[in-house]
Design a protein around this ligand. Structure first.
Ligand code: FAD
Length: 375
């Protein structure tokens, strides 16, 4: 007889784990399926670990709403549960007159989204960061850093306490709609098998478009086709981390927030990510991208960083809905009943600020699941 569960979540990144920690509630049978050997091996462990404030996103978008909500939920849960996190704040700095005009627009957008921000005079900027150079700047006190591994571990433990079964090395390779749910086909070390689920939640990150397609959704028609965008980081040596007190960001570019100062919770300094679109997943980083760092606004804002301080470090790949030269797209978080797929909760394009938003996304998805299962 086919095994039946209440909820199946595909993907154990920070979003799948956060969702798993909330949907089971100790009374539902929930599977969390992950194709890799461990949780968080893709976007969730290859990012800047920044707790974003909500500045960059279009007003009223899910990104703006869930980032702001996630920002306060994240600080609260880190404090309560001993997860390493620092509300260090960040300065966004312009290095020429054109950037200064863009900075002003960004400041207004952030304020419009309800983010606390403070425009800085030259004197105030120097007081906060004596080694920073710029033509204009503003301060975001609610931006910070979180230990993303510790955060995922916390969500995993909560999911376990609520009875979620986390199954690794198990790739979903087929989804068939049935009158009472979905038949899920998976492949693991022992071969192929299938089971039934009433609710299916797609948290498959870089592969979430392919998972959506397995349900029969036409990706082009739905606008769910993902583009992969690789971000490279360079480490900064020579004790330069001691010359800064908070995160420093440039005025954003068209595809990203721009090469910026990243600190981890131990105050290790990196610059990045430098983003470009790719067709395959390879995390290799070499010296060939160094020119992009040397020419970035950050090098003008931080003249104490010498080219010889920079060395290739890591990279991550983002699941972006927008292709090269296209405008910002919002997160897709949809109960797909309008496409004839009741019980299928689809998350596509959960790029930045997905880490920050994860607890808020989990709350949002959990409410959708309660509506579907009627509790
Ligand atoms: C370079 C970079 C910098 C970033 N910086 C920040 C930042 O500073 N702050 C911030 O808030 N956000 C940031 N982000 C975004 C953030 O990392 C992501 O939004 C978040 O990690 C998405 O989590 P996820 O769980 O949706 O995806 P993922 O972490 O990619 O997890 C998806 C999981 O699904 C699994 N999976 C896929 N297909 C299948 C299948 N068929 N069967 C079983 N399992 C499957 C994968 O193996 C993977 O483990 C950044 C991202 C990148 C790449």
């Amino acid at each position: 007889m086919t095994h039946r569960v209440d909820v199946t979540i595909i993907g154990a990144g920070v979003v799948g784990l956060a969702v798993a920690s909330m949907v089971a509630k100790g009374r539902r049978e929930v599977y969390l399926l992950e194709k890799n050997e461990k949780f968080g091996q893709e976007q969730s462990s290859r990012n800047s670990e920044v707790v974003h404030a909500g500045i960059y996103y279009d007003r009223g978008s899910l990104k703006a709403k869930l980032c702001l909500e996630g920002n306060s939920l994240l600080y609260e849960l880190c404090e309560k549960n001993g997860i390493a996190c620092r509300k260090c704040g960040k300065i966004i700095v312009a290095t020429n007159e054109m950037e200064s005009r863009e900075l002003e627009k960004l400041y207004l957008r952030g304020r419009d989204n309800g983010v606390p921000l403070q425009m800085l005079s030259g004197k105030e900027m120097r007081q906060l960061e004596p080694n920073l150079k710029g033509t204009a700047a503003f301060f975001s006190p609610t931006t910070g850093i979180v230990d993303s591994y510790a955060l995922m571990n916390y969500f995993l433990a909560r999911a376990g306490e609520n009875g979620v079964q986390v199954v690794y090395k198990t790739e979903v390779n087929g989804i068939k709609k049935q009158p009472d749910g979905y038949q899920i086909s998976v492949n693991d070390a022992s071969g192929d098998f299938s089971f039934m689920t009433k609710v299916l939640i797609n948290c498959a990150g870089l592969h979430s478009d392919k998972v959506a397609e397995m349900t029969g959704i036409d990706l082009e028609e739905a606008g769910y086709h993902l583009h992969w965008c690789k971000g490279e980081y360079y480490s900064v040596s020579g004790g330069k981390n001691k010359l800064l007190n908070r995160l420093i960001y440039p005025v954003p570019t068209d595809i990203s927030v721009g090469v910026h100062v990243c600190f981890d919770v131990d105050w290790r300094l990196r610059l990045g990510p430098h983003f470009y679109y790719v067709d395959e997943i390879s995390y290799k980083v070499d010296d060939s991208g160094k020119y992009a760092f040397l020419e970035s606004s950050m090098m003008k804002a931080l003249p104490f960083i010498e080219p010889s301080d920079l060395a290739p470090e890591t990279s991550g790949i983002l699941a972006m809905l927008q292709g090269s030269g296209e405008g910002q797209r919002d997160f897709v978080i949809e109960h797909e009943y309008k496409r004839g797929l009741p019980g299928f909760v689809n998350l596509v394009g959960i790029e930045s600020p997905g880490l920050t938003s994860s607890p808020a996304i989990a709350g949002h998805v959990s409410r959708l699941v309660d509506e579907i299962l009627g509790s």
